[in-house]
Write a protein that binds this ligand. Structure first.
Ligand code: GAP
Length: 457
């Protein structure tokens, strides 16, 4: 039995079953972008739903924000992104093809952690490596990842804006609005789920490194002396989220990020690393952003973002703890964890052992035979009855029953409900009962129709 898949296994299942497609595929694709089919959308929505529950709705101190994707250049100067949000770029001296220098080193077995641009370059020179095309590398430069956009009809510096490089800044620039509108007491947090854009030099590894991505972020505002407690609190929420998504602890490590590798705003960062099919890499990050962002925005906007602490009767600039999670990397980790291959009835089977809360469909309802109107109409009746209470179910009468099971297994549907002749009374003992097949074990039980919805719940 295959427990963990290769990237090809995942990419092919996602395409075959309609989860994820290459972006703008009929035009040859656009690197670093992907489009989502119905099942991919459902799976992402369910992951986000669990995030909203655990990071926001189960608490009393959180506020939602949905900020604009386009923000003026000033925001990104204040946040430090125009200056420091960059990756090391090397090019092939002849073909001008572009590579990420730290990735070139990693692929050569050299750990670039903590190295400056010059140190990475010296390390590459020392290896004597040529580019994949057999040419010399040209000296590296730093490449800024922000996507510029010009607003309006005239391209002046005043009209320069950027697609946001992180959702976080949408929350910092709204800090004052939220405080003025809701008067929250510290500690409190802002939460947002939305797109971010990064002009990655080398988007790769399916949805792991994208140019258009989605983030689930919290900016949690605290008194400065409260930061270690709040940091540990969010660390524990992130651990619980990993458990809820079914990510195995054997595939997760928490990595303390050293001074030289932390983002410019962070005094402490722990990365959750996950063993993806292509290696153990960053899944999520937890950072102590201090008062860096609010102070910089106060300075650059000339609007005070100090907070009047009514208990202490003083004005302070709150500090921030930030759990930051990418939707697509989470999705990839979920698919990696759920993918299984086994033997069932002498045939190879692929299935997704997704936790029920995030499975796109909670159940599928079938008539045993599609050409028996009495079975179809009873199956339709059962389907309508369940759907009233559990909307995420599907009716399937395509192909034979074995094919339907395989299809539902591959998309992670936990239960398949079959209406057969016994349901109609052929065996009087089983009248008004159906078979319910469990995805993971393949075992079937007979359940009374009247008890079905509570059984599924
Ligand atoms: N606000 C903090 C921040 O943006 P980050 O480590 O740059 O920090 C946070 O990004 C998370 O966003 C990462 O842990 C990852 O899950 C996701 N992420 C970052 N860059 C990504 C990319 N190019 N493609 C897909 N996901 C990405």
């Amino acid at each position: 039995m295959k427990q963990f898949p290769s990237m090809e296994d995942i990419v092919s299942l996602c395409k075959r079953r309609g989860f994820i497609f290459p972006g703008s595929e009929i035009y040859g694709g656009l690197a670093g972008t992907y489009d989502y089919g119905h099942l991919g959308v459902l799976l992402k929505e369910n992951i986000k739903r669990v995030w909203w529950d655990m990071f926001v709705d189960e608490r009393e101190d959180m506020y939602r924000v949905d900020a604009s994707l386009i923000m003026p250049a000033k925001v990104w100067e204040a946040s430090g992104h125009t200056e420091t949000f960059s990756d090391p770029l090397v090019t092939d001296a002849k073909t001008k093809e572009r590579y990420r220098l730290d990735h070139v080193l990693e692929d050569a077995g050299i750990d670039p952690a903590g190295m400056s641009l010059d140190e990475m370059w010296q390390a590459l020179v020392a290896t004597g490596l040529k580019t994949p095309k057999g040419n010399d590398y040209a000296e590296p430069v730093t490449f800024n990842l922000l996507f510029p956009v010009t607003m309006g009809a005239s391209a002046t510096s005043a009209s320069l804006a950027y697609l946001r490089g992180e959702t976080a800044q949408g929350m910092f620039v709204n800090f004052k609005n939220v405080v003025d509108a809701y008067h929250p007491k510290l500690p409190f947090g802002l939460a947002q789920v939305g797109k971010a854009f990064r002009n990655e030099i080398a988007p790769r590894e399916f949805v792991f490194r994208l140019r258009e991505l989605e983030q689930m972020e919290v900016e949690y505002f605290i008194r400065p002396d409260d930061w270690t407690r709040a940091f540990d609190e969010w660390l524990s929420v992130m651990r619980s989220f990993a458990v809820a998504l079914g990510l195995p602890s054997t595939h997760l490590v928490e990595k303390e990020i050293g001074d030289a590798d932390r983002a410019h705003y962070s005094k402490r960062t722990i990365d959750f690393e996950f063993t993806f099919p292509t290696g153990t890499k960053e899944l999520w990050g937890l950072a102590y952003r201090t008062d860096y962002d609010l102070s910089r925005h106060s300075e650059y906007s000339s609007v005070s973002l100090a907070y009047l602490d009514e208990e202490a009767k003083e004005k302070i600039v709150p500090h921030v703890i930030e759990p930051s999670l990418g939707v697509e990397r989470t999705l990839l980790a979920v698919l990696t964890s759920a993918y299984r291959e086994d033997d069932m009835g002498g045939e190879k089977r692929v299935y997704l052992a997704l936790p029920k809360a995030i499975a796109p469909y909670k159940a599928a309802v079938f008539p045993l035979l599609k050409n028996k109107p009495e079975l179809v109409s009873k199956a339709r009746e059962v389907f309508a009855m369940i759907k009233k209470e559990i909307p995420q179910i599907i009716f399937d009468d395509n192909g034979n029953i074995g094919k339907r099971y395989r299809r539902q297994d591959e998309i992670g549907t936990p239960y398949c409900i079959t209406i057969d002749f016994d349901t109609l009374g052929e065996n009087p003992e089983h009248i008004d009962t159906v078979t319910v097949r469990d995805r993971d074990s393949g075992t079937q039980s007979r359940v009374a129709i009247a008890a079905l919805t509570s059984y599924l719940r």
